[in-house]
Design a binder for this molecule. Structure first.
Ligand SMILES: C[S@@+](CC[C@H](N)C(=O)[O-])C[C@H]1O[C@@H](n2cnc3c(N)ncnc32)[C@H](O)[C@@H]1O
Length: 235
């Protein structure tokens, strides 16, 4: 996807870190449901530009993992105090465990059941006994809303706007979106780019079964900005 590769530098104008503050509060509560008398360790898979992590790092010792070197570079400059690693959420094995594992919106990039199960097994493999994992897909089947959104903002010397069109058709466990980016670099020219993205769509029941198969207990399902968020303890 261009957005996480050659367009990665534009990510902070597409989805500013401040926009994650409210959701981060709810995520923090789910990561630490019983409170804690020490700083918990959290592994975030698919941490992207680290915008969500920038609100969690004061409370948790974060290890941030992403597939994209350019997104990791962005996150390193925003969150220099966090540990950053390259890796695929479907296959990563660090040989260590954490108090909690988080896969936020990045889990939406997994659109086949086999890959969802692989990502959940990765989360389970990195969780200490009794630890909690939190997953925030953009949509579940029950919440699916084929909407069109526009956004973007201006920086000091450049600006970007985007239009994201979530297509109504569903193919197996995937839905499709078209994203058009309008980019104004500092030289005043206009650049137009496009991504077609396939994203995962699973029902709450499919999530619950996949979590069980990966070694988790029954998940708590909460609403997070009209999406479903799953929190499950290591079984
Ligand atoms: C929407 S961005 C995440 C943004 C992030 N929540 C933030 O706060 O900046 C999705 C990220 O998932 C990553 N990603 C997609 N598939 C992945 C995989 N299989 N393993 C690890 N990262 C993946 C992409 O590289 C991208 O950085």
């Amino acid at each position: 996807m261009k957005l996480y590769d050659e367009l990665a530098d534009w990510w902070p104008l597409m989805s500013a870190p401040e926009e994650y503050a409210k959701e981060a509060e709810q995520v923090a509560r789910l990561l630490c449901p019983d409170g804690a008398d020490r700083r918990l360790t959290v592994l975030e898979l698919g941490s992207g530009g680290g915008h969500l992590a920038s609100h969690l790092k004061h409370r948790f010792a974060m290890t941030l993992v992403d597939l994209s070197p350019r997104m990791l570079d962005l996150s390193r400059s925003l969150n220099p105090e966090c540990r950053h690693l390259g890796g695929d959420m479907r296959s990563l094995r660090l040989g260590e465990t954490f108090d909690a594992v988080l896969i936020f919106d990045a889990i939406s990039h997994v659109y086949a059941m086999d890959d969802l199960q692989a990502a959940l097994r990765t989360a389970r493999a990195h969780l200490r006994p009794g630890g909690v994992a939190v997953f925030c897909p953009d949509f579940t089947t029950e919440c699916f809303n084929p909407e069109t959104t526009v956004g973007g903002t201006d920086g000091p010397d450049r600006g970007m706007r985007y239009l994201e069109w979530v297509q109504p058709e569903i193919t197996g466990t995937a839905y499709h979106t078209e994203i058009v980016y309008l980019l104004h670099p500092p030289d005043g020219t206009l650049r137009i780019e496009h991504d077609h993205v396939r994203l995962g769509l699973f029902s709450r029941q499919a999530w619950t079964l996949a979590l069980r198969e990966a070694g988790f207990g029954e998940p708590v399902i909460e609403s997070l900005s009209s999406r479903d968020v799953f929190a499950a303890k290591a079984g």
